[in-house]
Design a protein around this ligand. Structure first.
Ligand code: SF4
Length: 323
């Protein structure tokens, strides 16, 4: 396709540059211009969040894992204290599962805490891999988290596609709602690398933050702020953005997840992180099956007449830490 016929490229001032790109001897103006505008917007409008001040891989990993499925404002309140409690992989590797789960309490999706501890133990023993492939070998780390840490901590020129990034890429580049992960990743990588321009580690990290923040706050899910958007020019979805479907979590209230949460919170608060089994019906309905599930996930275990926080001898394999 002649790119000058595409509506994203139809802005007059860049048409000649696009022709140059089509001839194979120029940087594509689309990704370069979009990247530049989003970075400039981020420099002006960025939220001052605690994990934005560090390139320490451990702090970056902790923040990324916390942010998955939990709101940034909530994490901003909890992240500093968590990092004081576990400032290094070694500090978490040496802690018990019960201590880690107690520190994580209230953040939800508690298996993330156990996976984080497994990763801490691996890093404390062998050090940090510094690229995506190596990071993905760590217990429980999937492609998204590996890419985020590679860019934010090690300055690698890779893109990461979370829910917010996926939404703005689909809208801005007029992709189908069911665009494949491979297509979205290709686009995110193209933007991250800026087509081979020389980029330092701080800018690599800034782009990762900017891309995620832009999707979260400007090209927002329910009401995109097209009027304040730095890349509105040429956007096919401008003032007409459709919702981008995402997988919804089932209702929390009254669910098994809610009962699991209640039981875990009770164990966290109990002296020695242990409760008598015969006291559990006061805390959650159907406590036997809830406790079975917690045991399978390594979050609690039975010990004589007690339920205890944390896995027993045999906890299952790690699940992948991903959004
Ligand atoms: S113009 Fe609107 S729909 Fe397009 S990228 Fe900006 S905020 Fe999203």
């Amino acid at each position: 396709m002649d790119p000058t016929t595409c509506r994203w490229f139809a802005d007059g001032p860049i048409v000649s540059a696009v022709r140059g790109y089509a001839a194979g001897h120029m940087v594509a103006p689309s990704s370069a211009a979009i990247r530049r505008h989003v970075l400039a917007w981020f420099a002006r409008e960025r939220r001052d969040l605690p994990w934005r001040h560090t390139h320490d891989p451990w702090a970056v990993l902790v923040s990324e894992v916390m942010l998955q499925q939990t709101q940034a404002s909530r994490i901003a309140e909890r992240f500093p204290a968590f990092m004081v409690r576990f400032p290094t992989p070694r500090s978490m590797a040496d802690a018990s599962e019960a201590d880690v789960l107690a520190a994580w309490s209230g953040l939800g999706y508690n298996r993330r805490a156990l996976n984080l501890r497994r990763t801490a133990r691996a890093v404390a023993a062998d050090g940090w891999p510094q690229n995506v492939d190596g990071l993905q070998q760590l217990p429980g780390i999937g492609p998204y988290t590996a890419r985020a840490v590679a860019a934010l901590a090690f300055g690698q020129l890779v893109g990461a596609v979370d829910t917010n990034v996926r939404r703005w890429l689909i809208r801005r580049f007029d992709l189908a709602d069911d665009a494949t992960p491979a297509r979205l990743q290709e686009l995110a990588d193209d933007l991250a690398t800026a087509r081979g321009r020389r980029i330092g580690a701080p800018e690599a990290a800034s782009w990762m933050h900017a891309s995620m923040e832009f999707g979260a706050t400007v090209c927002a899910a329910r009401r995109p702020h097209c009027e304040a958007c730095p890349i509105a020019r040429g956007c096919p979805s401008r003032l007409a953005a459709r919702p981008v479907p995402v997988q919804r979590q089932p209702a929390f209230a009254g669910s098994a997840r809610a009962a699991r949460g209640a039981l875990l919170r009770a164990l966290v608060s109990a002296p020695g992180h242990a409760l008598r089994l015969d006291s559990l019906p006061d805390i959650a309905p159907d406590p036997e099956s809830i406790l079975d599930g917690l045991e399978r996930d390594g979050l609690a275990h039975r010990s004589g007449a007690l339920a205890r926080l944390g896995g027993g001898v045999a906890a299952g394999p790690p699940t992948t830490i991903e959004p």
